[in-house]
Unconditional design. Structure first.
Length: 154
């Protein structure tokens, strides 16, 4: 069974950032999860995407997969450029994610449950409606952090 579960509240606050770049983060993390699941050989094939708002003024995106997890000796290098565990991987996807998220004054991390899966957590500062940055940044609502389609909603 293959399933993408999206749990996206409509009341999450806006984040300041480039919608295209933030969507690239989501695409890269989702692709990693899809590829991990396809190589894991497990019957439970699921990716759960959630957004939430933290009390500390951040919007959080969580992407959790059942792809078997990340080898413990790879965890410290997972966001390094040109590090890949895939035979045909270039190793720039998660490095790009780290750069984009940091450029948006956020953070990205990974939690691992060996043999089960990985959970990527992206945190970005939330802003009030209508707020813009002094450098002309763009306001993207939290829907920029949400996939626009699920497997059953094309």
């Amino acid at each position: 069974m293959e399933l993408l579960v999206a749990q996206i509240p409509t009341s999450d606050p806006n984040v300041l950032g480039d919608r295209i770049q933030l969507q690239q983060v989501i695409v890269n993390v989702l692709l990693n999860g899809i590829q991990a699941i396809s190589h894991a050989g497990t019957d439970r094939r699921q990716i759960v995407v959630e957004t939430s708002y933290g009390l500390d003024g951040v919007t959080m995106l969580s992407v959790e997969d059942t792809g078997g997890g990340i080898a413990s000796d790879h965890l410290s290098r997972i966001f390094d450029g040109f590090f890949s565990t895939k035979a045909d991987g270039v190793g720039i996807g998660l490095a790009i994610c780290r750069f984009i998220v940091a450029d948006h004054q956020g953070a990205i991390s990974v939690e691992n449950e060996a043999g089960v899966g990985a959970r990527y957590l992206v945190t970005l500062p939330a802003i009030s409606d209508g707020e813009v940055s002094n450098d002309g940044g763009k306001v993207a609502d939290s829907s920029a952090l949400a996939p626009t389609r699920t497997r059953d909603n094309r």
